[in-house]
Design a binder for this molecule. Structure first.
Ligand code: MG
Ligand code: NI
Length: 476
């Protein structure tokens, strides 16, 4: 038996972390953990800046989800100026948010998740990547590219740039309206995006019925669920109230104003990871752990306001007879259904008579010295909370990012999959790919969760009972 085993990096996720799989004397997995090792102290670094700079500063936390930070930050700033947003601004912010969802979910579905689903977990890693998907199904790969381009074009029209908008949301609204010409361009393309998302849902539904056993067995465990909903309980991504349910989908709390999150959510620290573990305060850790993101949102909502996505949501909920769908691979299906919702919702917003109105900004001085802004980012609930002095200078900043809420769940998923599939005596690449795939279900953004800039690899180490490194394989 060799002395050392490691895999590096874990591929097709955004960011940098390390998985350690510990074996016992018999070569069976005893424990697996996901460590997040980078730390940049973004919250401290912002102290002393003016709050109104935050929508532009915080989007630099991440090259993957800048719009989510931009919008959560703008909402926290709205609360500080204490003004009602003009209706056109509310529409444009949500439209920009839908653009972000479409591009992020399309990227994950077509480029990061599809190699496992279309080519198989055990396919040769030399072809189990986006190039392999393009060769196997060029039409599908092109659809993914077109959908991403549409999402980025929405962001550019509203925010001035495809990735980091510099001229988008401000405290109290949006800097400028959408032009009729811009709206018309987007309107011409949006039907194709709706159709492309339907194709994505169809592919994952087909995969799920062909691999029913694996879908049920793979990283399947109970948890609580957190996410925004509308007043009537429907899926909501930009605004609304927070819903927190237990594993049986019974409320742990009545739906609450996101500004009250500190009453209900606390964060546990572990010495082996910089990323904290949020949990429901009243139950404590780990009894009060919950999941966020697509699977959580489709488990906790009471329906979807757009017709095509709502049909798919009903089929999704029937998978568990109306109870919670718990298998981690179902994140992919939930993500596709949300992508369909985002495309349909973008179409409805583009058809709104006020979407090109130019009254988009309400301005005023600091009225409140605390502001909370919460959105559902593609990966889950994103919280920005600022405390300012009377002149608007930041005294304290608290961010809880989507990937942080899922920290416990990703660790649990890694543990389940490592114990079920990894055999220390006869290690195969496919076994270790399944461990990575457990993490990929959650589409973690490690740039966000470490508040570190740039994309860095995740590595996996397999260690023996004595702690010795047993395997090291490089893929990049
Ligand atoms: Mg934080
Ligand atoms: Ni991010």
């Amino acid at each position: 038996m060799p002395n050392t085993i490691t895999i590096e990096p874990v591929t097709r996720i955004e960011g940098h972390a390390k998985v350690t799989i510990r074996l016992d004397d018999a070569g069976k997995v005893s424990e697996a953990r996901m460590h997040v090792n980078e730390f940049r102290g973004f919250e401290r670094f912002c102290e002393g800046r003016l709050f109104s700079e935050m929508p532009l500063i915080t989007q630099r936390i991440c090259g993957i989800c800048p719009v989510s930070h931009h919008l959560a930050s703008s909402k926290a700033c709205d609360a500080i100026v204490g003004l009602e947003l003009p209706r056109p601004a509310r529409l444009l912010r949500e439209l920009m948010h839908m653009g972000q969802f479409i591009q992020s979910h399309a990227l994950h579905l077509f480029h990061l998740a599809s190699p496992d689903l279309l080519l198989g977990f055990d396919a040769d890693p030399a072809v189990r990547n986006v190039v392999g998907v393009i060769q196997a199904n060029p039409d599908l790969a092109l659809k993914g590219v077109a959908m991403r381009r549409f999402g980025q074009e929405v962001i550019r029209q509203i925010g001035g740039k495809r990735i980091h908008p510099y001229d988008g949301a401000s405290p109290g609204g949006i800097n400028h309206g959408l032009t009729p010409a811009g709206r018309d361009t987007l309107r011409r393309e949006v039907d194709g995006v709706v159709a492309g998302m339907q194709v994505a849902v169809g592919i994952i539904n087909a995969y799920a019925s062909e691999h029913a056993e694996q879908m049920q067995a793979f990283a399947n465990f109970p948890s609580g669920y957190l996410g925004l909903v509308r007043e009537n309980g429907e899926l909501e991504l930009y605004d609304g109230r927070l819903r927190l349910l237990g594993p049986d989908l019974e409320p742990w709390e009545p739906d609450f104003d996101p500004a009250r999150y500190l009453e209900f959510i606390a964060e546990k620290t572990e010495d082996w990871s910089y990323l904290k573990f949020p949990y429901y305060k009243k139950l404590g850790y780990p009894q009060g752990v919950y999941r966020v993101g697509p699977l959580a949102r489709l488990n906790l909502c009471a329906g979807i306001s757009t017709p095509l996505a709502n049909d798919e949501w009903q089929r999704f909920r029937a998978l568990a007879n109306g109870g919670a769908v718990e298998g981690s691979l179902f994140y992919h299906l939930a993500r596709a259904i949300e992508g369909l919702y985002a495309a349909e919702r973008a179409r409805a917003l583009l058809d709104d008579k006020d979407v090109c109105a130019q009254e988009t900004l309400a301005v005023g001085p600091v009225r409140n010295q605390v502001g909370v802004g919460v959105v559902e980012a593609p990966r889950g609930t994103l919280i920005h909370n600022y405390w300012v002095d009377e002149r608007g200078r930041l005294e304290k900043v608290n961010l809880i990012v989507s990937t942080g809420h899922n920290n416990w769940a990703m660790n649990r998923a890694v543990n389940e999959v490592a114990k079920a599939y990894v055999d220390g005596q006869q290690l195969t690449e496919g076994m270790l790919n399944r461990v990575e795939a457990a993490i990929r279900c959650y589409d973690p953004c490690l740039s966000c969760s470490t508040h570190a800039i740039g994309q860095m690899p995740l590595e996996v180490e397999l260690r023996g009972a004595d702690g010795a490194l047993l395997h090291h394989a490089r893929r990049s």
